[in-house]
Structure formats: structure tokens, C-alpha cells
Design a protein around this ligand. Sequence first.
Ligand code: FAD
Length: 181
Amino acid sequence: EEPVVKQTDSTAKVAQLGVVLGPDGKPCKPCTAFRNWRRLQKSEGEEKGKSSTLMAFGPSSSSNEPDRPPAHCPPDVEQLGNATWTFLHSTAAYYPNRPTPNHRANMLLLIRAIPTLYPCSHCADDFGQDVKVNPPDVSSRAGLSKWLCERHNEVNLKLGKKPFDCTLEKLDERWKNGPRD
Ligand code: FAD
């Protein structure tokens, strides 16, 4: 069920809580970290006694809650991102060394669909800008894995996270072979 935004929720207050608005101007669940969405839930609950509107992540919970949405709840920006990177890096790790034209065309379609379809709208916009400046390398498994690693590092940089080593050896260790015993 879609969260209903109450008239009393000013944009400023929502932003102050760290809740990201989507293109429709409403709080965007897959754009927002769960901990911030929960703050909004709590603040809503405090205003009304009990929140009945912003329950899309499940009922509001007690103080020692996890930082991520429970398994039966929709993903937040982090869970969605982690799952998406897992899919993309794994797909790159198993992409052929010598892709057919069909492989290349489908990989391009997959990458180019993200800016249009990815549910975190600001993530999608930034990724689209990055892909425009850095066109996908779908020529080989090694080329695609490196290109994707660099795109992920752009996001890591934006979020203040450490960059990943984009050598094929490190990428294969993480996404294909696992660490040596
Ligand atoms: P993740 O960054 O999800 O990484 C998962 C695993 O991948 C890591 O544990 C690590 O082992 C490995 N890894 C890390 N970096 C690399 C790399 N460069 N190459 C290969 N493997 C790597 N979140 C935002 O808050 N704002 C955004 O604008 C935003 N944009 C995004 C755009 C896209 C296209 C995607 C897919 C996600 C975006 N995210 C964004 C989500 C963000 O990138 C993370 O997924 C999220 O913060 C969860 O981080 P995490 O710590 O679980 O690790």
C-alpha cells in the first residue's frame, strides 16, 4: 500500500528527517534509508498518537530495531542498491569473454533501462548522467566488469565510501571465484 502523506508534513520537515522526495513530491521509500523513514514514521506517530498512514515498511517498532527493513518489508535505498549491485556485478562476472551481438545488445538494454526504471529516482538520474559521460563497455567480460566497477565507485565516492579495486583479479574474487582458502 502506498504511504499517504498528510497535509501537515511540510517538505522542509521531511527533508530534515533525511527522507528523500520522489519526482511526485512525495516521500520516496526506495530513495530513503530505512532509519530515516522510521524517523518520519515516529514523528508522524507522535503527532497523531499512533501512525496509521506511513506504515509501508510495517508497523513502527521499538528502540532497538535493526537499521535495515525487516525481511518481509519493501527494500530501502540501501537494500535495493545492494541487491542491484549484486545482480549487476554477478551478471558482468558471467558475461562472455567474446559476447555475441545479441549479448552486447541485451547488456546495453539492461544498462540503459536503469536510468528510466530504477525506483530510486535520484540514484537513477545520477547513474544516467554518469553513463552518458562514460558509455558502457560491453565488448568483453573484463571490459564490462571494469566499467561497472568504476560506475559503482562513482556512487561510493558520492556516499563517502571507499573505492573498490577494479582489477579483474579482485572483481573475480568478489563476484565469481571467492577468496582463496
Ligand atoms: P554496496 O555499495 O551496495 O555494495 C555491495 C557490495 O559490492 C559491497 O559489499 C562490496 O563487496 C562490493 N563493491 C563495492 N564497490 C564495488 C565496486 N566498485 N565494484 C564491484 N564491487 C563493489 N544510494 C544512495 O544513497 N544514493 C545514490 O545516489 C545511489 N545511487 C545508486 C545507483 C545505482 C545504479 C545503484 C545500483 C545503487 C545506488 N545507491 C545509491 C545505493 C548504494 O550504491 C548502495 O548499494 C547502498 O548504500 C548499500 O551499500 P552497501 O554497503 O550494502 O554496499
